[in-house]
Ligand binder design. Structure first.
Ligand code: CA
Length: 544
């Protein structure tokens, strides 16, 4: 009897345990949403996934609302385990630009402020100006704090800090670009922050005067002059007047009257002015600038746009996120807007520049010279939701693009796709992202077996130093656990191969065994992910 039980725990026996049964492990496995057994990641790792991948797009197994509630619960878990550490993680992810969106960071900050203990609240108050960098962020924070229950002293302290941190010119630019969001305006906030009300009223005064049609008081500090110019631009009657104001005061598109937005000369002026067209605005307006005729093949404006998109230092300064670039590429290459209203002829060199910008927007990816097998999960659940709520970017399209980032920097790497079996795709480093997106969008859906790419390597006697599996870890179909398949691969090949799991959905699961130092979890679309994967792969060989 004992012998039979012991036999069941032998390394040879664990290979025959299907994914629908838990693998014996020092860290017990848990059931995932598909009924397979995997490992749970800890509250801080879960918080990191939420901060980077968001929950706006939901998942195959959970609506956006349910996924948000689930993510907030695990954020609370991290906050009550160690509040200041959790707030530090939120600040680190937000300020380093590792996440495509700041919304999850803002939500976690509000939770820390309203539901944390004393030290957590203090940390949250101090973090407000670092996380809420724009007026839009501040209003999103106001909406979150409001829905979590009101305006206590700590909350008022947090908001007054925001208004008093920077110079007037910076504040003025924020007031111009984001006069209101989420039902909040700068005028609502001062009422709640009594002690600073006078300061803020004074700052807003010129804008208010202009909105009431009276002349703005000139000759004040630079910030106020700019506010007055912004108000003048919003009333500009002619193209020449608008162009002159943009050039003189470096004003953004938000202040331009709609009627003038069909003029190429207007867009040319915005493109020349620094603040008028930061990189994120540039991406958002590529289609519009093509429609009005400013951007065309071989045009000077197209060359200028391409140069900006391929400038690594500028991308870094703007915290331009690879996912934001991928969304822009995916929209622009199609030549028509989502609602089908706008149509344009995509300029080929701009599509190519976006392709390069996507890779450049990640932290520098070192080449390791190792042998790689990059496996993209293309099962049904990976084709369902949208990463960080980004239009058109399903987890599997995102996963394929992530795989391209590593593929392009390595000489010896192959990309495969799998569901419950290997799905033929031929993807080489020369392929454009445009082609890769098309190819991966068309693959039919299937069940999930995350062990399939490793089992294939065993069967074909492939030499692989590092397997990378891009997945939601909702695996259930296979007759062998992915971790067990890796152990079998190591035994049979004699290669101390590693496994990196790139989590593409903000859930709490992983196929990586936390007790095996040769397996690692990273968050998909973390700007640091490809560099982390390379560093781990070339690190010391560590057999479990
Ligand atoms: Ca699946």
């Amino acid at each position: 009897m004992i012998r039979a039980l012991l036999d069941a725990l032998k390394p040879t026996a664990r290979h025959s345990l299907p994914q629908s049964m838990a693998l014996p492990s020092r860290v017990p496995q848990v059931a995932n949403s598909a009924g397979g057994y995997v490992w749970a990641i800890d509250a801080f790792a879960r918080l990191e996934r939420f901060l980077i991948l968001g929950s706006e797009g939901g998942s195959y197994y959970a609506s956006p609302k349910a996924l948000t509630a689930e993510s907030c619960t695990s954020a609370l878990e991290a906050l009550s385990a160690d509040g200041p550490r959790a707030v530090a993680l939120v600040v680190a992810v937000s300020t380093s630009g590792r996440a495509p969106r700041n919304d999850a960071a803002i939500l976690c900050l509000a939770i820390a402020l309203k539901m944390g203990d004393g030290p957590t609240r203090d940390a949250a108050v101090a973090a407000v100006p670092r996380i809420c960098r724009t007026g839009a962020h501040l209003f999103a924070f106001a909406a979150a704090v409001d829905s979590l229950g009101g305006w206590g002293r700590a909350t008022r302290r947090a908001f007054s800090q925001w208004y008093c941190r920077g110079d007037l010119a910076t504040l003025a630019l924020q007031a111009i670009k984001y006069p209101q969001r989420e039902g909040w305006s700068h005028r609502d906030l001062p009422l709640l922050i009594n002690q600073w009300a006078n300061v803020v009223r004074w700052e807003m005064r010129p804008l208010r005067l202009d909105l009431q049609g009276r002349p703005a008081g000139g000759g004040g500090p630079a910030g106020l002059e700019r506010l007055a110019a912004a108000a003048a631009l919003s009333r500009a009657g002619s193209l020449d007047e608008a162009v002159a104001l943009i050039r003189a005061h470096d004003l953004p598109r938000e202040c331009v009257p709609t009627a003038l937005l069909s003029q190429p000369a207007l867009w040319a002026a915005l493109l020349e002015a620094g603040a008028g067209m930061p990189l994120t605005a540039l991406l958002r307006n590529l289609a519009k600038m093509t429609v009005v005729g400013l951007l065309s093949p071989g045009s000077p404006a197209a060359a200028q746009v391409c140069a900006r998109l391929m400038d690594p230092a500028a991308l870094r300064r703007a915290r331009l996120h690879p996912l934001t670039v991928l969304v822009a590429l995916n929209t622009y290459r199609r030549g028509e807007g989502l609602r089908g209203k706008l149509r344009w002829e995509p300029v080929p060199e701009i599509v190519q520049a976006l392709d390069k910008a996507f890779i450049l927007a990640f932290d520098a990816i070192p080449a390791t010279g190792l042998r790689w097998k990059l496996a993209v999960d293309v099962s049904g659940s990976m084709a369902w939701s949208e990463i960080a709520g980004m239009t058109g970017i399903t987890p599997r399209v995102g996963a394929a693009a992530m795989a391209m980032a590593t593929l392009r920097s390595e000489r010896d790497a192959q990309v495969v796709a799998f569901s419950d079996r290997l799905v033929p795709v031929s993807i080489g480093r020369q392929r454009s992202l445009d082609e890769v997106i098309d190819r991966f969008s068309q693959i039919p859906m299937g069940a999930t077996d995350c062990a399939a790419p490793i089992v294939q390597a065993i069967d074909r006697r492939e030499a692989v130093d590092c397997f990378v599996v891009y997945t939601d870890s909702e695996t259930w179909f296979g007759g062998e656990h992915p971790a067990a398949a890796l152990w079998r691969y190591r035994q049979q090949s004699g290669i101390d191969a590693k496994l990196v799991v790139v989590g593409m959905v903000s859930n709490g699961f992983s196929i990586a065994d936390p007790t095996d130092p040769g397996m690692l979890d990273v968050v998909g679309f973390d700007t640091q992910a490809p560099a982390l994967i390379a560093d781990f792969a070339r690190g010391p060989a560590r057999r479990a």
